[in-house]
Design a protein around this ligand. Sequence first.
Ligand code: ARG
Length: 436
Amino acid sequence: SIDIDKRLFEEDIFGSIVHTKMLIKQKIIKKKVGVKIINGLKKIRVEIRRNKFVFNKKYEDIHLNIEKRLFEIIGENAGYLHIARSRNDQVITDFRLWIKKASNEIIQNLHNLIKSFLKKSETNIHTIMPGFTHLKNAQPISFAHYLLAYVEMFKRDKKRFFSNINYIDECPLGAGALAGTSYKIDRNFTSKKLGFKKPTDNSIDSVADRDFVLDFLSSASICAMHISRFAEELIIWNSDIFKLVKINDKMLTGSSMMPQKKNPDPAELIRGRAGRNFGFLQAMLTTMKGLPLSYYKDMQEDKTLVFNSYDTLLESIIITNELVKSLKANKNRMLNLSNEGYTTATDFSDYLVQNNNLSFREAYKVSAKLVNYAEKKKKKLNELSFDEVKKVKKNLNKNVMRVFDVTNSVNLKTSYGGTATKNIKKMIFKLKRELK
Ligand code: ARG
């Protein structure tokens, strides 16, 4: 697995240095020997960082490659490093450290993504568009409100990766192969020095547990799913049929045959790659489901799944960020479309409830009648005259005509979390403050 797990070299050397310090402190090895080991490890770290290290497949994985090199550098003293430790607890110590670092990296990139969504929202507070259910026009909304819906998803993603760290934050080093060890080691010391909250409580579970791997893969899958939904919407909205948004040319690709084509390839790739993230999660669940306790080599497969999931997701987040920045709303088209599909029919019902004392179900029927009438006349609701509206309900005040105005409709939705521009402004302010 060396081609894959060499990515753990920083964590592996860090873990070994801390383990050696503990062995010295506990007088399990002589200080002189320990110092030689630590200096050797540091030398190896420099070699790897500078691409001067020769990885050898003969030595299986990163742990044995480093140990072999240590023998070359300091001689037989290297043999004292692996006292009171197994590769079983070593590898998950490394991996937990790596996943913690990777989770923080994803969190930072989600943070940047949220910033871009907020920026785009700020310039589209007054952009009115049709909101959809069933991909049919439902009710008018602000484009900013739509963008802020994604901010909520990415905030949850951030929290998910963040709360995973709670579970990652227990140090398995010292569990040995599975049973613990007879040496008088200090697990609190290694745990603390490696930046964990506490040592794990059960040595068998320590080496058998890959929940933290599944947490990462699952959070990555959910995040990839969010991004994929956004990509899907951009693809539909950028189509020649919808024309709701424009994507900057630098985020579009040509066709080899049709000279006129500008295809949203990056968005399609994000959507497509979500499938990879889901696959990595599925693969890991399948690997784990039939494993008796404790360690089996099957588990070594966790590294390639997590590294791939991380690389895929990180790239998708970065591309999504570029996509949002390159996005432009076709404001006129959005406004025109938000008048199609009788999107203010609910506003008319609500008006009748609030001003004419009807129950909602009565009002619903009256409004449905008006929609049928408009349909027959091939008119939009905002194209009807007051006299026409009065055909479905007598005793109406002229101010009823306001309800067919989509901007008015949006601004009436002042309930907490609703799409009124007043709300959106407050929400953007709040979200910006949270981000700092
Ligand atoms: N490369 C191995 C892994 O990732 C390290 C643990 C090896 N342990 C063993 N008992 N063979 O799982």
